[in-house]
Design a protein around this ligand. Structure first.
Ligand code: GAP
Length: 505
């Protein structure tokens, strides 16, 4: 077990290093030492993210006639967040270490003890997502002698694992960093506050939205009144959301600024269960279609105790990240909770009158809510691969390759002249211009050995490399190398755009 988690850590470290080295993801404001929970996407990362968002928009909005898009402001009237329940209830339990002053989310800190009879083998505080991960973290953190004893006495051990915010009075939870004493848990509201206008007092207090969903609820009437659409229909939005996470961690997974892709699907209450099932299955399949086809993708139904007070049912699409299984998207039946709240707080009518059935009702809402950054991170984790490929002398060399789905790959095709002479660069530049003109992201490279150029593109996840060589000068054909199979095909230079387009859609 310890070995497995070590190699997962290694994998994450290698992925993070590649993302920085190749320009997928940078730490925000790095030249000033960075800032926790904020990330910048470099030249490759921004293309990957744009491709994720474009795929979602195409599949969710453009290809459907029961869905429209929206783009709402980030700062809204603060009453929105009173109605939604965020002002009163968008809290995380917070604890501090009295000794080292470190701050933690109380639901992510566990006391882990392992006793063998009267002998205490382990008694530590650890940071983890769940009990299983907490036990593993305690084992990983133990010295080799203790680990050996834990293994030897595995059958006789009594484990006690307690979450800090649910601990009985008599259990002490220690600081995961210094072992010091922790304070009791208290509530911490995660909304970022700001002020609008010149005055900085309570009358000008506003918030950076913690979810895009509320903008959709506030515009539900506008859309109904201006668009020829009726329930069942959905409103979709992609946009930034902000949460002052106590402990941003796991790279971009838990950030303080991130992007959401949210659908609010409005339907008759009697049809809500049916639409919930539909979206639960559709959304899972969407991730499969993006290339997360491995057994690492799961669809988990929430237990009744897990459900938010307004939700009738909820399921998470989860991915098995190197740091553990975690949520990519939640699909929830939010009932009529949000529209009812906004009707009450704004005084505006949120009912819908169905001319055909002569029925008036407040629609129920099915909400599939996913994260762009988490999807991008899952795709990067899934794509990361180390294998071997022949260099220009045919000798097998280790290579790192990002096997991203061609639809999402930041660069679709790279074009090289084999050597910088005999008009090969001119022909290659002409092909490059054709690819650029077609709207596909492409890259031209004439520097260094061709094997090295292939390697750079493998790390960037470029599915196709086109090389102009000596034969091109006589028969106007080029080689196209497939990133994954390494097969090289000869095709007519003029067919490059058509060839690549066919294979990336
Ligand atoms: N409107 C419902 C809602 O916001 P959520 O489960 O809190 O639900 C939805 O968030 C999605 O937003 C998550 O599944 C995740 O993909 C993304 N997300 C939430 N918090 C995030 C964070 N701190 N960093 C990155 N992505 C986050």
């Amino acid at each position: 077990m310890a070995k497995e988690s070590q190699s997962s850590n290694d994998l994450m470290e290698r992925l993070v290093a590649l993302c920085k080295r190749r320009g997928f993801i940078f730490q925000s404001s790095e030249i000033y030492g960075g800032i926790g929970g904020f990330w910048d996407y470099g030249p490759l990362g921004v293309e990957l993210k744009r491709n994720v968002k474009a795929a979602w928009w195409e599949d969710i909005v453009r290809k459907r006639d029961d869905m429209v898009g929206l783009d709402c402001s980030i700062i809204m009237n603060p009453k929105v967040w009173e109605a939604s329940g965020h002002v009163a209830g968008f809290n995380d339990p917070l604890i501090d270490c009295r000794k080292c002053k470190a701050r933690f989310r109380a639901d992510k800190v566990f006391s882990v003890a392992a006793n063998e009879g009267d002998n205490v083998l382990v008694s530590v505080g650890v940071e983890a997502d769940d009990q299983g991960a907490a036990q593993q973290a305690a084992i990983d953190g133990a010295n080799s002698k203790t680990r050996r004893r834990l293994q030897q006495h595995a059958d006789d051990l009594k484990w006690q694992i307690v979450r800090a915010d649910k601990k009985p009075q008599d259990v002490t939870v220690h600081c995961p960093l210094c072992g010091g004493e922790l304070t009791e848990a208290r509530k911490f509201n995660m909304m970022f506050k700001t002020h609008t206008g010149a005055l900085e007092d309570s009358s000008s207090l506003t918030y950076l939205r913690p979810e895009t969903a509320q903008g959709i609820f506030c515009n539900y009437r506008n859309v109904l009144d201006t668009w020829r659409i009726k329930p069942p229909f959905g409103i979709a939005q992609i946009g930034k959301a902000f949460r002052n996470e106590i402990n941003p961690r796991n790279y971009t997974f838990r950030s303080r600024e991130f992007e959401q892709m949210e659908i609010e699907f409005f339907c008759h209450p009697d049809q809500a269960d049916k639409w919930y099932q539909y979206w639960r299955d559709q959304r899972f399949q969407w991730y499969v279609a993006l290339g997360l086809t491995s057994s690492k993708l799961h669809l988990r139904d929430h237990e009744v105790e897990e459900l938010a007070h307004y939700a009738k049912s909820c399921a998470d699409v989860e991915y098995d990240f190197p740091f553990g299984v975690a949520e990519l998207e939640g699909i929830a039946n939010r009932t009529d909770f949000d529209l009812r709240q906004h009707q009450e707080f704004s005084g505006r009518d949120m009912t819908y009158f169905d001319d055909e059935t002569k029925q008036r009702f407040i629609p129920y809402v099915i909400e599939p809510s996913g994260g762009v950054d988490r999807t991008a991170l899952a795709l990067l984790c899934e794509a990361y691969c180390e294998d071997e490929a022949p260099d220009e002398h045919g000798v097998m060399q280790k290579r790192t390759v990002m096997k991203l789905h061609p639809r999402l790959a930041p660069v679709k095709v790279a074009v090289f002249p084999l050597v910088k002479k005999e008009s090969m660069p001119e022909i290659a530049r002409k092909i490059y211009a054709d690819v650029q003109g077609s709207g596909m992201a492409s890259f031209y490279d004439e520097k260094g050995a061709v094997g090295r150029r292939y390697r750079r593109q493998d790390e960037a996840g470029t599915p196709f490399c086109v090389t102009v060589d000596g034969q091109t000068l006589t028969d106007q054909t080029v080689t196209v190398r497939d990133r994954d199979s390494l097969v090289q095909e000869r095709i007519a230079a003029e067919k490059v755009v058509e060839y690549v387009k066919e294979r990336i859609s």
